[in-house]
Write a protein that binds this ligand. Sequence first.
Ligand code: SF4
Length: 63
Amino acid sequence: MSIQIDWRRCQGHGVCAAALGEIIERDESGYPLMKTHNVPEELHSAARLAQATCPAAALRATR
Ligand code: SF4
């Protein structure tokens, strides 16, 4: 699975970092910093949760 951020939509809510902290950190302004775009198998459900709960619909998790 791969996960991407649509920077045109992201508003820096940080929900994604809470749901998928193993892959997404926050910068000093609250915007996400991706450690990697590749999501290992054990984090697929967390990635789907992050995508579903992003208030701006800015996350895309794809196979
Ligand atoms: S939850 Fe969505 S809007 Fe908020 S920082 Fe993450 S990608 Fe951006």
